[in-house]
Design a protein around this ligand. Sequence first.
Ligand code: GRF
Length: 205
Amino acid sequence: MLNLGILISGRGSNMESILKSIKKKKIPINPAIVISNKHNAKGLKIAKKLGVKIEVVESKGFKGTRAEYDKEIVSILTKYRVTPKKGLVCLAGFMRIISPEFTKKYKNRIINIHPSLLPAFPGLDSQKQALEYGAKVSGCSVHFVDSGMDTGPIIIQAVVKINGKDTEETLSKKILKEEHRIYPEAVNLFARKKIKVSGRKTIIS
Ligand code: GRF
């Protein structure tokens, strides 16, 4: 069975949806470790409550380069056997850019959830971007992480409709509901070795 490491920065609701699916035995993966870059991330309490080990590598005030910070993360992942061969890393609201050293080491082993239909609206405030653009639909994407900003091969996407009354808050809520559905689904596909990557594309069997 593969070992899962989840990286968070805050609320941790996507982390929770993944851990709960694992608990219900829907996903054959070992929830090895949750790591936060903030000691006060709400998700840490949730992980603890669900019986998953937690670690913090505080990013505020970290004296070193991005690559050195990521080295610390990798050493914790390694300690919990979340290795490039036997592991999967999920970014779940982890508000940091990952170094090329990290993405290269864990090629096609790090996945992320983004609250838009990529390649539209990458980066921050995607829901606001979609509203301001006047898009009629938006959604969320689970994708592999490469060295670009939200550019890796897409695994699953879900669509939500935008209506004239939507605010950033209502749209975020609608999208989050779909995030909680597709992120565990993507982890499950990975855990069952059903995802193949071919160039920019993923092939799901
Ligand atoms: C989600 O909207 C996710 O798409 C984005 O950051 C948010 C994290 O929320 N990457 P949570 O911490 O999982 O509740």
